[in-house]
Write a protein that binds this ligand. Structure first.
Ligand code: SF4
Length: 243
């Protein structure tokens, strides 16, 4: 174990000082440098990338694969995803040589108990996201000390001020694309000839679950089609502490 990983492992009470130190050190780093630093800090066995295989996901996955294609990737298969998203996952696994993509499903017992009629997305979307996303992610992250995600500051809302490294419960959370612009993401797609999400061409700028995703029109915020008409803007995996 390297010096940073040893320091991390010995920090049993709080990872906050390590997160602050890393955030300062990586503030102007590239996404690849940030993912490499995450690997160095906790070691390969303790780091996971979380991806929705949505419209911009291929950029993060490409950068990750260039650093280490065997980093585990957690994909939350809520049961409400578009067939196109599942197909896109398989396309990117093959294109990028991802070696450890884990498709995580909600617990059947939770679905039977809390959503027997499959209408929870309408009656209580926060509860639906909790049993289909937040709790499955918490279970999937148990073996890991740190996770990586693809949020960008340019997405606005609660994402406008995200740091590069933060703390999520007991874990480090790396946001290697925090500083990245929309143009830089387009550039990653172009240089690597990455395929677009199949729904993007028909007007879906951000893709989540079927009942909670709609097309966006010209000039709308790219996430405007998510939970349209509701106060909800986030599923909860980034706004609730994952224990
Ligand atoms: S995005 Fe919609 S369907 Fe998906 S888990 Fe959340 S509320 Fe349920």
């Amino acid at each position: 174990m390297n010096a940073m990983a040893t320091q991390f492992a010995s920090q049993s009470t709080s990872v906050l000082p390590i997160a602050d130190e890393l955030d300062r050190a990586l503030r102007d780093a590239t996404p690849a440098e940030i993912i490499a630093a995450a690997l160095k800090t906790v070691g390969r066995d303790h780091l996971a990338v979380v991806s929705s295989f949505g419209t911009e996901s291929a950029a993060l996955l490409k950068v990750m694969a260039d650093v280490d294609p065997a980093i585990p990737v957690i994909f939350l298969d809520t049961g409400w995803l578009f067939e196109e998203t599942l197909a896109y996952r398989d396309t990117l696994i093959a294109k990028l040589g991802l070696r450890d993509v884990r498709s995580i499903k909600p617990l059947e017992e939770d679905l039977k108990r809390d959503d027997p009629d499959q209408e929870l997305w309408f009656s209580n979307p926060d509860a639906c996201c909790r049993i289909r996303k937040v709790e499955p992610l918490a279970r999937a992250l148990r073996p890991f000390s740190a996770w990586v995600n693809g949020r960008k500051r340019f997405q606005g809302g609660v994402r406008a001020d995200i740091p590069v490294v933060e703390v999520d419960g007991a874990r480090l959370k790396f946001n290697p694309f925090a500083n990245v612009s929309r143009e830089e993401i387009k550039d990653i797609y172009a240089r690597a000839k990455l395929p677009q999400h199949p729904l993007q061409a028909s007007g879906f700028m951000s893709v989540g679950c079927m009942p909670c995703t709609s097309r966006t029109t010209e000039g709308e915020d790219e996430r405007a089609g998510r939970w349209r008409g509701r106060a909800k803007t986030e599923c909860g995996i980034h706004t609730m502490k994952i224990s």
